[in-house]
Design a protein around this ligand. Structure first.
Ligand SMILES: [Zn+2]
Length: 242
């Protein structure tokens, strides 16, 4: 299978409350600070409010009624936020409407709850692309799509390891019989696949924690695949014993 070339990752700067971005001093004196979720730090951190746009309006509840005393109002606030620690930038949009109980919140890029694994770009091209798509679905809270994608990823992995020998159960059995996975590993994989079948055939919407568990299982398997391939080249490069 073709391997991807490694890509350069962006340097991570140290934590500071004062630095220069495009010659503008980023500091608490110059910018308002708010707490918000950071997609790099993966938790709530202090952010500079780099820019803010506030659009609002109102209209009679029923414009055809001249005696109508009530009006509806709305307000959309956009904020460009920059993490004070890692300098990650995001856009927050909050929409308020007088007739809604809750404020609608959107983020661009969407809030990230888990980062892609560091070894992602070492995976074969097809697996790499699919895992990236799984994360896009996860970040958009499309949990069923993330689970279905993970089921397909596990299927691709099994096809690579044992060939297309039949259904999921058959492939798992061959994996175990050939010693590529242990009995406990097989049972863990079966559990992950069961959630995948439920999402694909019955529209089951797993909880976020369950989706993360299924992705953990798949990633554990893929990392094992990379470690095995890496061990072979490591052995080949080691000088023989004298
Ligand atoms: Zn951050």
């Amino acid at each position: 299978m073709p391997k991807r070339h490694s890509t350069l990752s962006a340097p991570v700067r140290g934590v500071s409350n004062k630095y220069y971005s495009n010659n503008v001093e980023m500091s608490e004196e110059n910018y308002k600070i708010e707490k918000a979720h950071c997609n790099q730090c993966l938790h709530e951190t202090r952010h500079f409010v780099v820019a803010l746009r506030d659009h609002s309006g109102s209209a009679p509840a029923n414009e055809h009624d001249p005696y109508c005393e009530y009006e509806v109002s709305w307000r959309t606030v956009y904020k460009m936020l920059e993490c004070c620690g890692c300098e990650n930038v995001s856009l927050e949009k909050k929409f308020y409407f007088s007739e809604y109980d809750e404020i609608e919140e959107e983020y661009y890029p969407p809030k990230v709850s888990r980062q892609t694994p560091k070894w992602l770009d070492q995976l074969p091209e097809e697996w790499y692309e699919l895992l990236k798509e799984i994360y896009v679905a996860l970040h958009a809270n499309s949990r069923r799509l993330a689970i279905m994608g993970t089921r397909t990823l596990l299927d691709l992995y099994m096809n690579e390891q044992v060939g297309d020998v039949g259904g999921f159960a058959k492939k798992l059995q061959v994996l175990e019989d050939s010693g590529q996975i242990s009995k406990p590993n097989k049972s863990t994989l079966e559990a992950a696949l069961e959630v995948g079948h439920a999402a694909s055939h019955r529209g089951h919407k797993a909880k976020t924690s369950e989706v993360n568990q299924v992705i953990d299982i798949a990633e554990n398997l893929l990392q094992g695949y990379l470690l095995t391939s890496g061990a072979e080249s490591l052995r080949a490069s080691a000088p023989p014993r004298a």
